[in-house]
Design a protein around this ligand. Structure first.
Ligand code: S3P
Length: 428
């Protein structure tokens, strides 16, 4: 654990940043490039620890992957020629790696064992394994497959029709990736639409995927072929600077090349609704994932309610939105967000406990939190719970406090945003 003391003396923030590549798209680029036959090139790849775990797992399956700066080249013989890994596949802190790989490995021709860090060891896997078992997958693990380590014996799969019990792109993607290898047409029905990077990228790699009224259908047995993937900047990383720009005094920030996929852009809608002074300038959007340049400045904000089908569109931004709400006038209610309890840590408990230490008026509810603002924030010693987004929330809070903020473990931020503190230095 690396403790970090942050004393920023309430800076005004100015300048322009290009946030690192999108985590979800980076993971998928390596996964799809490894499933595909031929060469895939990726630009703008996120060199965060989570995505490096994905690369490491596929290298252990015999896929040739080279990283040079933020460019990645994947040369795969195709999934049928993967080699049986002689070592355990280690997925680190990454839920996306663990869950999507379950879907991929279930229909492969190899046996593998997968495990991750202490946080992964507590995250529910049955949400993925149950539908995969319905497809015929052979997966065993602790608590009948609820927790890692998990062993997967690749086998022939059958398509299923599946009604999603929770809005989860990880579950949807695992089923679709298994469906790619299954006999028949796999159909996934969502009541609330989760991020659709998998659907977009399947098409980019040459597969036919139909999406209509929240129903995704995919014919099994389709082959993918290598292609070029351009990774947009991660809106979930940009979120920390969007909030910092809105709450720090006398500030103006420009964020370039931010991914604004409509299944991910809930934070833009919420910032606008709360009164943020912000401009979103779309780029040439011929790519699979749309991007924009976003400008934001110090804003007078009012409280709001965040609920329902908005939640999956900003699920990873809730910690930083809670901090934003401490600076807004009136009450902010976040509800329908029980999923926060099964993220890298229980983010309802963690956000409420840490923001309280900073002087916020915030209470936890069963499915979210209620925040009254505005409240001045004071320095404190914070826990990150090994969760990158809790760590970055604490660091952005430190821009608002008189006294120092200490993070017990700042290293965890490298999971999704290794250059985070350099970017703070560049704009303060
Ligand atoms: C992700 C999906 C989300 C998100 C996670 C990345 C993905 O999780 O929280 O950070 O890449 O598919 P769920 O699908 O479990 O909600």
């Amino acid at each position: 654990m690396s403790e970090k003391v942050l004393q920023y003396n309430k800076p005004s923030l100015q300048g322009s940043l290009t946030v690192p590549g999108d985590k979800s798209v980076s993971h998928r680029s390596v996964m799809f490039g490894s499933i595909a036959t031929g060469t895939t090139t990726v630009e703008g790849f996120l060199l965060g620890e989570d995505c490096l775990s994905t690369i490491d797992c596929f290298q252990k399956l015999g896929v040739h992957i080279e990283v040079e700066g933020t460019s990645v080249k994947i040369e795969s013989p195709g999934m049928d020629s993967w080699q049986e890994p002689t070592e355990v596949l280690y997925t680190g802190n990454s839920g996306t790696t663990t869950r999507l790989m379950l879907g991929i490995l279930a229909g492969s021709s190899v046996h593998s064992v997968m495990t991750g860090d202490a946080s992964i060891g507590k995250r529910p896997m049955r949400r993925v394994i149950d539908p995969l078992r319905q497809m015929g997958a052979h997966i065993t693990g602790r608590a009948d497959g609820q927790y890692t380590p998990l062993a997967i014996q690749g086998t022939k799969l059958q398509a299923i029709e599946y009604n999603m019990p929770v809005a989860s792109a990880q579950v949807k993607s695992a089923i679709l990736l298994a469906g790619l290898r299954a006999e028949g047409t796999t159909i996934v029905r969502e009541t609330e639409v989760s991020r659709d990077h998998t659907e977009r990228m399947l098409r980019q790699f040459g597969a036919d995927v139909e999406v209509k009224d929240g129903v995704v259908s995919l014919e099994g047995g389709q082959a993918l072929s290598g292609t070029h993937v351009s990774v947009p900047g991660d809106i979930s990383s940009a979120a920390f600077f969007l909030v910092a720009g809105a709450i720090c005094h006398n500030s103006q920030l420009t964020l370039e090349n931010v991914g604004v996929n409509p299944t991910r852009d809930g934070i833009i809608e919420v910032l606008s609704k709360m009164g943020a002074t912000m401009t979103v300038m779309p780029n040439d959007n011929s790519q699979a994932e749309p991007t924009a340049t976003i400008q934001i400045q110090t804003s007078t904000l009012s409280g709001t309610t965040i609920e329902g089908d908005m939640i999956p569109r900003l699920i990873d931004e809730i910690p930083i939105l809670a901090l934003l709400a401490t600076q807004a006038h009136g009450q902010t209610i976040i509800k329908d967000a029980e999923e926060l309890k099964v993220k890298e840590t229980d983010r309802i408990t963690a956000v409420v406990a840490e923001l309280k230490k900073l002087g916020a008026n915030i209470e936890a509810t069963n499915d979210g939190m209620i925040i009254e603002g505005p409240t001045p924030l004071k320095g404190a010693s914070l826990k990150t719970y090994g969760d990158h987004r809790i760590g970055m929330m604490g660091a952005v809070a430190a821009l608002m406090t008189e006294g120092p903020v200490t993070l017990d473990d700042a290293q965890c931020i490298a999971v999704s945003y290794p250059s985070f503190f350099e970017h703070i230095e560049a704009v303060r």
